[in-house]
Design a protein. Structure first.
Length: 168
């Protein structure tokens, strides 16, 4: 069965899955979908590390994927970060002002930062370069012990449980 329409999906990616059709160390997120969707060119719009959970968008629409993935398009992404240490005021100030990350041309800036609990913070960034959130917290002297993406642009997880998906 070949689906001819464009497909737009949001998935609550569980821990331990890779965002790849050819995973190297873990199961592929594509194992969570029926084969007919995969046969119709379903691709991830961006990636999450195998140990990061949360919202991933998928589509067979190349323009949509490019819009979501490309840092110059400025799509905001919001994450809940569990930290090894409490986030100090100085750390918060640096994250909001922008931190230099190795191999990045520009400072990476937190657009918004909210303290949720002693060891949990919600951070919103533009774009999303390699391990950006983890590297940003490391640059201010902290470590991310768990990471969950809750929002991409106007798309939110809502009530999806890990491994569940829905059309958008």
């Amino acid at each position: 069965m070949k689906i001819k329409n464009k497909i737009y999906i949001k998935l609550n990616k569980p821990h331990g899955y890779e965002c790849s059709h050819a995973p190297t160390s873990h199961e592929s997120v594509f194992a969570l979908f029926p084969p007919e969707l995969i046969k119709n060119g379903l691709q991830c719009a961006g990636r999450l590390d195998h140990d990061t959970t949360g919202l991933i968008l998928l589509s067979n629409d190349g323009q949509f994927i490019h819009k979501i993935e490309h840092p110059k398009k400025g799509i905001a992404k919001t994450y809940i970060a569990t930290l090894a240490e409490p986030l100090t005021e100085e750390m918060q100030r640096k994250l909001l002002a922008g931190v230099e990350l190795r191999n990045e041309r520009r400072p990476c800036i937190a657009l918004d930062l909210k303290i949720c609990s002693e060891l949990t913070a919600e951070i919103t960034i533009n774009g999303g370069v390699y391990h950006q959130v983890k590297r940003m917290f490391a640059a201010v002297g902290n470590k991310v012990t768990a990471l969950h993406r809750s929002k991409v642009g106007d798309y939110e997880l809502e009530n999806l449980k890990p491994g569940e998906w829905t059309y958008v």
